[in-house]
Write a protein that binds this ligand. Structure first.
Ligand code: B4P
Length: 182
């Protein structure tokens, strides 16, 4: 099972990816989690990422593309993976396509989660992570509309794109995703 989980910030990508990873026994690759772990450890990657993550901007493409390539090339991803939060720009999607070709990775599906904007803001304010202030959330939603939403058009006609409504309980949404990728 090879899934790219796509959607706006706060649609529940991280929540659903963790459950899918458990269900299918495959790695959950979250660029957001990797960047936050790097920031916490104070590594060079973390120092590079900090200002972007804290303001709700996107970390430069070359930084995230490098870390994703290394993970996908690892043995752990041989039988599948869930990509959560990557790609977020068309340049990242193009790079990912080249990585798939290079590593001979096929059978990838995109699962696109959709949630109304008011509900996204409500969920993120409730989550209360350091980058979940009202101002940062609005900025992340704008960045999503400008830079990330066009990625879906990139995938149209290249790989199957499963549209899944992201409103409802976590369990209901999980069932919808499992049915969509079967
Ligand atoms: P991410 O870590 O990817 O976070 P996210 O998009 O905000 O959240 P997600 O959609 O995973 O929502 P979650 O399940 O947590 O990105 C953070 C930052 O990292 C970015 O702003 C950027 O700076 C940087 N970054 C990451 N990847 C990058 C890349 N590729 N390129 C450049 N920069 C990058 O759910 C949100 C909340 O809703 C949770 O509290 C959850 O409990 C709740 N929830 C989930 N499902 C629910 C449901 N069904 N009902 C009610 N609540 C629900």
């Amino acid at each position: 099972m090879r899934i790219i989980l796509f959607g706006a910030p706060g649609v529940g990508k991280g929540t659903q990816a963790a459950l899918l990873a458990q269900r299918f026994g495959i790695p959950h690759i979250s660029t957001g989690d990797m960047l936050r772990a790097a920031m916490q450890s104070g590594s060079e990657l973390g120092r590079k990422a900090k200002e972007y993550v804290e303001s709700g901007g996107l970390v430069p493409d070359e930084v995230v593309i490098g870390i994703v390539r290394d993970v996908l090339a690892s043995d752990a991803c041989r039988s599948g993976f869930i990509l959560d939060g990557f790609p977020r720009t068309t340049a990242q999607a193009e790079a990912l396509h080249r990585i798939f070709a290079e590593l001979k990775i096929n059978d990838v599906q995109v699962v696109s989660l959709d949630v109304a904007e008011d509900e996204i803001v409500r969920r993120l304010l409730l989550r209360g992570r350091a980058d979940d202030t009202e101002q940062t959330i609005r900025h992340r939603l704008q960045v999503y509309a400008d830079a990330t939403a066009p990625v879906k058009a990139f995938y149209a006609g290249k790989v199957p794109v499963r549209e899944v409504p992201g409103m409802g309980t976590v369990e209901d949404i999980q069932q919808r995703i499992v049915a969509a990728v079967a």
